[in-house]
Design a protein around this ligand. Structure first.
Ligand code: FES
Length: 60
């Protein structure tokens, strides 16, 4: 999720149009509106590892 005044650009540096202040970026690679999430991750069963160094588990 991205919130606030953040510019999103392609790997080539081209600005990506944004209509909302809060947006979700696609992490599964299956969205039809990349770089944004369109909910397709639910249909394909995409999950991520929990408890890694990059994404610590919130469970203690
Ligand atoms: S994370 Fe890819 S569609 Fe939601």
């Amino acid at each position: 999720m991205l919130r606030g005044d953040v510019e999103i650009v392609t790997p080539d540096g081209e600005p990506v149009p944004r209509r909302r202040k809060t947006v979700a970026l696609c992490r599964c690679g299956a969205s039809s509106i990349k770089p944004y999430c369109d909910g397709t991750h639910k249909l394909i069963g995409f999950t991520t590892a929990v408890g890694t160094a990059e994404q610590p588990s919130s469970e203690a």
